[in-house]
Design a protein around this ligand. Sequence first.
Ligand code: EPU
Length: 343
Amino acid sequence: MEIIASYPLLALNTLALPAKAEFFCRIETMEDIQQALSFAEQRQLPVTVLGGGSNIVLAGDLAGLVVQVALLGISIEAQEDNTVLVTAGAGEVWHNFVRNMLAQQCYGLENLSLIPGLVGAAPVQNIGAYGVELSDCFVALDAIDIASGEVTHFTRQDCQFAYRHSIFKTHYRDAYLITAITLRLQREPAVESSYPALREALASYSKTDLTPQLISETICQIRREKLPDPALEPNVGSFFKNPLLSSTQAETLAAQYADLVMYPQADGQVKIPAAWLIERAGWKGVTTGCCGVHKHHALVLTHSSNANGRDLLKLAEQIVADIRQRFNIELEMEPRVLGGNDR
Ligand code: EPU
């Protein structure tokens, strides 16, 4: 395994932001991981684990060793209760994995079709879309403790999943390198089609026509219409999380705005679309300097090719401040900001 100094990361982040890694390597085996970790330990380098680069904003160069995970392999183990336990390497491309599972009649991931990124990053932010979250079928993951090199097993409960959240975003941030995840999938197709945009798109079908394949294809179509392809227009999907309001706060807002979309949560809170707030505040399609808010989806920030991460973060800060002032709601950024702190 080669460890390369001063490695350009432009092609490894879907925002196509220019930044360099002080050192970079691609790990394909468990031996590669141990080699990379001892290299970092000897030089006292911080280690940053990179997946598909589809949920990061590079604010500048990254000090230390950047490790790109390329651990592959998928295994399926049939269970007596007509479910399967599927284990996938962290380096598998998420959408290819979803399609592979569908092709093998293993169901439960179809609503998560076309989410960019790699399998190993999926539990970090508990990816979710169209009424389903990874945590719904998650069983466990294996990870390497970056400080000790030890293999560690995390159950679903250990991961402390919540909306766009896991323990790997807070308490164990940068502490582990996820190597594989295990999910429980169904042999019997059961479709989840209640998410409003999905229900609308499937309105002409009768319930018995709804197959996991149809759900997957419809979601791919909705996503392609709404969200720009990062290969053509660099982006990281949703730039902000959808805020959770108290029921009183949501009712007050709904009384002012009849078209407010609300998703009541099991705990009594109400999730509202950040895109709705940003569009209401007049930001949709607005360009400031080299950065802008996408004209088709107010949650997507884009930039022209001469922008850097700091320019994009400046626009994000302006939006956060404006939403705070107009609605008294605090938007939280969804992607992680990396780099820019020179050692
Ligand atoms: N809306 C607007 N303006 C817009 C876009 C949307 O007002 O420009 C409003 C509409 O009322 C719409 C509602 O927002 O009904 C919801 O929009 P959408 O279905 O596009 O979903 P979202 O809440 O904006 C979330 C996830 C997406 C996920 C979709 C579908 C977050 C932060 N984002 O977006 O995830 O695909 O739901 O489940 O939770 C991602 O994380 O990168 C991502 C794309």
